[in-house]
Design a protein around this ligand. Structure first.
Ligand code: ADP
Ligand code: MG
Length: 296
């Protein structure tokens, strides 16, 4: 017997490097009217590097001290930013203290006890609102973000101790994939990110995205997907992080980046991009559309 079109499309998607979890999903992929992308780890490689360490000298004595404290607190975290901070500390040859009472808040950052001190590392939007030192730091944060970087704040016992700048690379072929998706679906993709509006806007310009929704917490990514669906769209969301999982579940179809993707994102998504390339997204949409024409 010849294979039904949706099954051979699944086999084809597999050859392209996409694991489609069911025939229903294979059919849904081509029914989407709008594609939404996460930024970090999806449109970018998700392997950021620490480029700058700035300290408040009243609170910590050196850049090394700040980096060592931040890395100790980030050590238990799987987040790409955390891995970057730990890598920078290792590279500088800094020994890391053990972190106690570690906790992570998706979309915000981490906190832990390091050598008896409370260390928090996370987004300026979250950590600056809780302190009176904002003026000193906002200029540093703004400069880094305008440069397209992610600025991360480090607090020591509730006081801002410094700022880290982290830079990530755009994935190869991102602009081309977005262009192809726009051609196939007739709609320009949108960007949904927890990162800051300035860095998000800069990256969006580079890849040709004009609709940018930044500074979103995980539940706000869900809200954004629901709002797009309420306006009549069937949204295909492409993401990678734990923070994307609720939105991947809420979307008409969810696709996860396989290699860098968190376990939760891989489990929640309807399809997994095993070969880490964005060109697979327009490829599977086209495969699905072709199969649908044969089925209907
Ligand atoms: P994205 O949506 O771009 O994948 P996330 O939702 O994972 O980004 O993170 C949003 C923001 O929350 C980051 O830009 C950072 O400011 C902060 N953040 C989240 N996790 C961490 C962490 N482990 N260390 C430092 N900052 C973090
Ligand atoms: Mg991400």
């Amino acid at each position: 017997a010849t294979m039904p079109p949706l099954l051979s499309a699944i086999a084809n998607a597999g050859r392209h490097g996409v694991l489609v979890k069911s025939a229903v999903v294979m059919e849904q992929l081509g029914a989407g009217t709008l594609v939404a992308f996460d930024k970090t780890g999806t449109l970018t490689e998700g392997t950021p590097r620490v480029t700058e360490v700035r300290i408040l000298p009243d609170i910590v004595s050196s850049e090394s001290e700040l980096l060592a404290l931040a890395a100790a607190a980030e050590n238990p975290s799987e987040h790409p930013l955390a891995r970057a901070v730990v890598a920078a500390a290792h590279k500088a040859g800094l020994p890391l203290e053990h972190a106690e009472d570690f906790s992570a808040v998706p979309g915000r950052g981490v906190r832990a006890r390091v050598a008896g001190h409370l260390v928090e590392v996370g987004s300026p939007a979250h950590l600056l609102s809780l302190t009176g030192q904002s003026d000193v730091v906002t200029t540093d944060v703004a400069a880094l973000e305008l440069d397209g970087q992610t600025a991360v704040l480090v607090r020591l016992d509730g006081q801002v101790a410094g700022v880290l700048g982290l830079a990530d690379h755009l994935r190869a072929g991102a602009a081309q994939a977005i262009d192809q998706i726009t051609t196939i679906t007739g709609a320009s993709p949108v960007l949904l990110t927890g990162d800051n509006p300035r860095a998000a806007g800069r990256l969006a310009t580079q890849v040709g995205i004009t609709d940018v929704r930044a500074g979103l917490l995980p539940h706000e990514k869900v809200d954004a997907v629901r709002a797009l669906e309420a306006s009549g769209h069937k949204v295909m969301l492409v993401g990678d992080g734990i923070n994307d999982a609720p939105a991947l579940a809420a979307a008409h179809t969810g696709m996860a980046m396989g290699r860098a993707g968190s376990d939760l994102a891989l489990q929640t998504a309807d399809a997994v991009i095993v070969r880490d390339e964005l060109s697979t997204v327009p490829a599977v949409i086209a495969l699905s559309r072709r199969a649908r024409r044969l089925v209907i």
